[in-house]
Write a protein that binds this ligand. Structure first.
Ligand SMILES: Cc1ncc(COP(=O)(O)O)c(C=O)c1O
Length: 397
């Protein structure tokens, strides 16, 4: 069998299993409403464009300016061929924004996570991970284990007793790194940061939080999970993305103590062997950080929208998972039902993705709604009407 034939056979099986993903093409910028090829105008309820900055004129203009000033890119790795002053400006702004002393950018948060574990950990160390952590943290840990032979452990999701027992068992490790999402992307719940940090202090561990769904989202000023709990400055290491609330282009960063960015510059492999963020992305992300700092009302609006939508869904008879974030999963049961619901909603002009097994446990398939500050009341009511029609059709309400 040729490689091509094998791939086609497997793709056909994905379709039969109901796990095949079709790409939907947008013909206009990412926004509360966009034009989807073949569908016309749709309301988007499945984007991480939490603050509506993907197409904010100031953010787009800053990207243009950086492109004009610095060109398309560095042409190589930063330490070899030079980096741009806009990278330094962005890194200073990001560190300040998340309450850390230094930060270093990567072309994605995936890269930031993969660049962290294997760089910090060694054979005498252990990394302890929440069971529901994002795939990029899991892969970072797998990579660290393969490269450095560090120990690894997983604690049950948000189970602080299990985390404590794991820390007790790991007493003799040199570095004990607790790695957790700030906001868990499939459930929309928030890590129990006060408890995690308290345990870390008690057992001499270090805490790393991936705040990709919290940066620009949690806390009064959108500064993340630490701000949400009044703990800015108390988290040892924060990784996050520029590809969601902060302009939505791409890119990620790692922030922490003053020496961290310098250390990662010396040793982190995605930094040493891969190009820097393109200037246009650095420029738009920097403008996004400044925009959020000047417009905390966007964060407030995001939460008002989320709370309205959650309340109305419940009033319609749906069972959204309870929570305080703009990620609102509506549990529908079987995978096929979640996919069918998402297709029917798209026919009604609402774009929201269905997730099933193995991304979430069997029987817990869901459509995951994500709210944005950019949604108007009309957008939300339009979507709610579609949910009502589709929910009735599928006998979910
Ligand atoms: C928790 C978390 N970490 C990391 C990432 C990856 O971010 P990026 O797109 O910047 O690689 C995501 C994206 O979905 C995420 O949800």
């Amino acid at each position: 069998m040729t490689l091509g034939t094998r791939l086609v056979t497997e793709l056909e099986q994905f379709k039969r299993d109901g796990v095949y993903k079709r790409l939907n093409y947008l013909e206009s910028p990412q926004a509360a409403r966009a034009r989807m090829q073949g569908r016309g105008e749709i309301v988007i309820l499945s984007s991480n464009n939490y603050l509506g900055l993907c197409n904010e004129p100031e953010v787009v203009a800053a990207g243009h300016r950086a492109l004009d000033e610095f060109g398309a890119g560095t042409g190589s790795v930063r330490f070899i061929c030079g980096t741009f002053t806009i990278h330094r400006e962005l890194e200073t702004a990001l560190a300040r924004f998340v309450g850390c002393e230094s930060s270093l950018t990567y072309v994605s948060c995936w890269n930031a996570n993969e660049g962290l574990g294997p760089t910090l950990l060694g054979e005498q160390d252990i990394v302890i991970s929440d069971q529901l952590n994002h795939a990029s943290i899991i892969d970072s840990i797998r990579l660290a284990k393969a490269i450095t032979k560090c120990q690894t452990a997983v604690y049950r999701h948000a189970d602080m007793a299990d985390l404590e027992q794991t820390l007790q068992r790991a007493r003799d490790a040199r570095l004990k790194l607790i790695f957790t999402d700030g906001v868990f992307s499939m459930e929309g719940d928030i890590a129990k940061l006060p408890d995690i940090v308290a345990l870390a202090r008690q057992y001499g561990a270090v805490v790393a939080v991936d705040d990709s769904h919290a940066t620009g989202v949690l806390g009064k000023n959108g500064r993340g999970t630490a701000e949400h709990y009044g703990m800015l400055g108390d988290v040892d290491i924060i990784t996050s993305t520029l590809g969601k609330a902060l302009g939505g282009a791409a890119g990620g960063f790692t922030a922490g103590p003053a020496a961290l960015a310098d250390y990662l510059t010396q040793r982190s492999r995605p930094q040493l062997f891969s190009n820097a963020l393109p200037p246009t992305v650095a420029g738009s992300a920097l403008a996004a950080v400044r925009y959020v700092e000047r417009h905390p009302e966007l964060v407030r609006r995001l939460h008002e929208n989320a709370s309205y939508f959650r309340g109305q869904l419940t009033a319609l008879g749906f069972k959204p998972l309870p929570g305080e974030t703009p990620i609102i999963p509506v549990i529908v049961g079987e995978t096929a039902k979640a996919i069918q619901m998402s297709e029917l909603l798209l026919e009604q002009g609402v774009f929201v993705t269905g997730f099933g097994y193995p991304v979430v446990p069997q029987g817990h398939a869901r459509v995951r709604c994500q709210l944005s500050a950019a949604h108007t009341g009309q957008d939300l009511d339009f979507a709610l009407q579609a949910f009502k029609r589709v929910g009735t059709q599928l006998r979910l309400i």
